[in-house]
Structure formats: C-alpha cells, structure tokens
Design a protein around this ligand. Structure first.
Ligand SMILES: NC(=O)c1ccc[n+]([C@@H]2O[C@H](COP(=O)([O-])OP(=O)(O)OC[C@H]3O[C@@H](n4cnc5c(N)ncnc54)[C@H](OP(=O)(O)O)[C@@H]3O)[C@@H](O)[C@H]2O)c1
Length: 323
C-alpha cells in the first residue's frame, strides 16, 4: 500500500531521555540528497530493543543523543530522488537500508553505497528488518560456524534476532535447539527448531534435549545464557552473545553483531533466502507511525515473535495489525 508523495513529512523525535511518552511524531522538512546519496520514501521501519536503551539514556555515556533526536535504524522503502554521482539507483527502486537514529521518518537520506536492493517478491514488512536483525543473526551464526550434524543452541529463538539465527544455523545443516516461552513451543517446532523452555534450570533441560552435547551456543538474550553454555562445556570460541558484555569480558566468548557483518551484499543475500522461502521473517505486529509509543510498549515486554514494525503508509486511525 503506497500513499504517494507526502506533503508534510513526519519523523519520530524525542527531546529528553525517558519512557515511550517522550516520543513524538513531528513535522519535518523534506530532506534533499547530496552527492552519492539518495532520498528514500520509507514504507516500513522496525522497532528494536537497543533503541529503548538509547531513548532511556542508558547508553548516554557511550552514544549520547543530540536533541531533538531521531529514532530507528532499519528500513525498507522506495527511492524517490537521486543525488549527483549516484550510479545504479533510480526513482522507483525498492530498497532496504540502515539509517541509524533516523529511519522512523517519511523521508530518509541514505548513502547509495550502503543501500541494498529489495526483491519485489518480498513484502515491505519482511524486508525492512534484514539490515538489522538479519545481519545480526548472520554475524552470530558465522561467529560460531555450525557444521552439519552439530547441535547448536539459540537463546530467545522466537525473538527478532533469535528466530533468524536459528533458521540460518539450520541452513548450515546443524540441529538447532531453541529456548522459548511456553506459548512458542509449537511455533519453534514449525520452523524445525527443538524447543526448550527458557528460565531457571536451563542447563539441565538443554542436557536432556541434547544428550550428545552442545557444540555451539548463540545467545541473543543475556540473563545467564552464556553461563549455561559454559556449564554445558561449550568452548568460549563457539559461544556468541549480543546481549551480555560482562560474559564476553569474563569468559572471552565472541560478540559478533550487526556492525561486524553489515554490507549491502549481505542484506541482498538474506533477502534472496527470504525470497526463496528458505528463511522466514515472522511479523508480530504492524503499527501505524503515529502509534510508535504503543509499538515500543509492546516491544519492551520482550515477548515479540519475530518483529514489530512501524508502517509509514498505514492510516493513523488503523490499530496495530497482527503480522
Ligand atoms: N549489537 C547488535 O548489532 C544488535 C542488533 C540487534 C539486537 N541486539 C540485541 O540483541 C538482543 C535481542 O534483540 P531482539 O530484537 O531479538 O529482541 P526481542 O525480539 O525483543 O526478543 C524477544 C524474545 O526474547 C525472549 N525472552 C523473553 N524473556 C526471556 C528469557 N528470560 N530468557 C530467554 N529468552 C527470553 C522471548 O521469548 P518468548 O516470547 O518465547 O518467551 C522473545 O521471543 C537485545 O538485547 C538487542 O539489544 C544487538
């Protein structure tokens, strides 16, 4: 669904650190692409847990906000203008991008060199998350290099990163055990993942689910998962976490993430897997941009199955739509 050119462009902004109530959808000028840049009309922009930390000021020492701060990272949309010296993109092209702290806006200026092409067969919702959780999942899997016949555990295997990491590990020929809540047992099985409940006593349940041992562990949640992997005897070089910096320092486990793997070619490779229906991007809910606060409230519950995304083309009067 496209609503054409936007007369009064909108963007998500916040002007102080705080809860979802600090988020505003404001009117902004339409930006212009400079040399080597394109202007993207954003159709879908996902929400990610890391953005909550930035907005709450948790990472203010490391990544301070510049108020009024924008929000969002990953996006899918259509090229509407190209700047000087841009080769290979033209208005109308469907693209997947990564625009840190500014993706949740009608228009985003994006470097042409880091923009990926979106295959038309992909819907906007399943394409948009590929440059963030898609690349992060790929990085985690490649960090531990699962081999055919090995058993790999993925924590939070129904979540944004976890559900993709689990499928990518399976595509490498591994048997995947995924940790989930009780409501996701059947969902995990539907993707060929052996489900194990997360929470206290995890190491024991994993031992029972993988009696021949666990070869590698991809942690996408923190909360003691790396400790469980160590307790199971997984070598630190075959453990990757994107959510437990203390465990990285303590055990020397790996921490490969989005920034270590991103390239437009990788995004296009992941998009091809989705297009071939070998990789599924479950969509938990689609919120109109105006309901950005509600989207983050739901995300913060940390029981998202796949992704929650914002639609820039849904009417503000539309409620969230189940994916
Ligand atoms: N550095 C990077 O490049 C990068 C990129 C993306 C994400 N990240 C980080 O990676 C982490 C995961 O992101 P995400 O987008 O995948 O998160 P998410 O989608 O919000 O994760 C939700 C999942 O967490 C599971 N979960 C809830 N409580 C749990 C528990 N106690 N133990 C294990 N799993 C539990 C839920 O499972 P059930 O509903 O089945 O209970 C749900 O499937 C975040 O910390 C995020 O900041 C880092």
């Amino acid at each position: 669904m496209m609503n054409g050119d936007v007369r009064v462009p909108r963007a998500v902004r916040f002007s102080r650190y705080g809860g979802p109530e600090v988020l505003e959808v404001v009117q902004v000028p339409r930006p212009s692409p400079g040399p080597g840049q394109v202007l993207v009309k954003v159709i879908v922009a996902p929400v990610n847990p890391g953005e909550i930390g930035i907005r709450e000021g948790v990472f203010a020492d490391l990544w301070p906000a510049a108020f009024p701060e924008g929000q969002g990272n990953d996006l899918a949309g259509q090229v509407v203008e190209v700047g000087q010296d841009v080769m290979g993109f033209a208005p109308g092209d469907e693209v997947v991008g990564y625009a840190p702290r500014r993706a949740q806006a009608d228009y985003v200026v994006h470097d042409a060199a880091t923009l990926a092409r979106k295959p038309p067969v992909l819907c906007w919702e399943e394409a948009a998350p590929l440059s963030a959780v898609g690349v992060t999942a790929w990085a985690g899997v490649e960090a531990v290099l699962p081999r055919p016949g090995e058993t790999v555990v993925v924590s939070a295997a129904a979540g944004g990163v976890g559900v993709l990491a689990a499928q990518l590990a399976r595509l490498r020929g591994a048997t995947v055990v995924g940790t989930v809540g009780p409501h996701n047992l059947d969902f995990a099985r539907s993707l060929g993942i052996t489900p194990v409940l997360h929470g206290p006593g995890l190491a024991e349940r994993l031992r029972a689910a993988a009696p021949n041992g666990v070869d590698a562990f991809i942690d996408t949640f923190g909360a003691g998962n790396v400790q469980a992997a160590i307790d199971l005897g997984v070598p630190p070089r075959r453990i990757n976490t994107i959510a437990d910096g203390a465990a990285v320092r303590r055990y020397g486990v790996r921490s490969q993430a989005q920034e270590d793997a991103f390239s437009p070619e990788l995004v296009e490779r992941l998009a091809a897997l989705v297009g071939e229906r070998r990789l599924s991007v479950p969509i938990h809910a689609v919120y109109p941009l105006e309901r950005v606060r509600d989207a983050y409230v739901e995300l913060a519950r940390r029981h998202t199955r796949g992704k929650i995304v914002l639609s820039l083309v849904l009417s503000p009067d539309d409620g969230p739509q189940a994916g």
